[in-house]
Design a protein around this ligand. Structure first.
Ligand code: SME
Length: 157
C-alpha cells in the first residue's frame, strides 16, 4: 500500500472517530427515535457529503422511509428486495461498489452509483436499516461498515 493511500484511508477513519462521540452525545440527550434518526442522518451526510443518507424502519413487514437527507426516495421496500431488503433479509451489511451490478437494486435516483446498507438489529430482530448512497463508484469499504455498524448500535428505534 502506498503511503498516500494509507493517509487517505486514515482520514476517513479519523472522520468517523470524530463523528462517533458527537453522535453518541446527541443521541444520549434525546429519547425520541425520529429526532435521533434525523440528527444522525444529518451528521453523517454533512460530514461526508454523500448523495443520500437515511433510515427505513420495519413497519407491518415492510421497510418504510424514515428521516433522511437528500433527494426524494421510494417510501416502501419489501423484504428481500433491493439492497435495503437484502440487508434486512440476510441481517448483514451490504457494501455495493456498483449499484448497476447488484441484481434487483432499486434506483430511487439515477445519480446513485454505490451504496451501503446497515441493518439495525434490536433484541435479535431487524427493526430498520441505515441506507447511504454515493454519487461515485466504490465509495464504501470495511471502514464505513465497521463505523456505521457501531453508529447504528447507538440508536433505539
Ligand atoms: N437503492 C435502495 C433503495 C433506497 S434508495 O437508495 C434511498 C435499494 O436498492 O434498496
Amino acid at each position: 500500500m502506498s503511503e498516500s493511500l494509507a493517509i487517505c484511508e486514515g482520514s476517513k477513519a479519523e472522520k468517523y472517530a470524530t463523528l462517533y462521540p458527537q453522535i453518541k452525545c446527541v443521541v444520549e440527550e434525546e429519547s425520541d427515535a425520529i429526532a435521533n434518526m434525523a440528527n444522525v442522518a444529518s451528521m453523517i451526510h454533512e460530514t461526508f457529503g454523500f448523495w443520500w443518507t437515511g433510515f427505513y424502519r420495519v413497519i407491518d413487514n415492510q421497510l418504510v422511509l424514515g428521516p433522511f437527507q437528500g433527494p426524494l426516495a421510494c417510501t416502501r421496500i419489501k423484504k428481500g428486495r433491493g439492497v435495503c431488503g437484502t440487508a434486512w433479509q440476510e441481517e448483514q451489511t451490504q457494501v455495493v461498489p456498483d449499484v448497476d451490478q447488484f441484481p434487483g437494486h432499486i434506483a430511487c435516483s439515477s445519480a446513485s452509483r454505490s451504496e451501503i446498507v446497515v441493518p439495525i438489529i434490536q433484541n435479535g430482530e431487524v427493526v430498520g436499516v441505515l441506507d447511504i448512497d454515493s454519487a461515485d463508484l466504490a465509495t464504501f469499504d470495511d471502514t464505513d461498515k465497521e463505523w456505521l455498524e457501531k453508529i447504528v448500535k447507538l440508536i433505539e428505534i
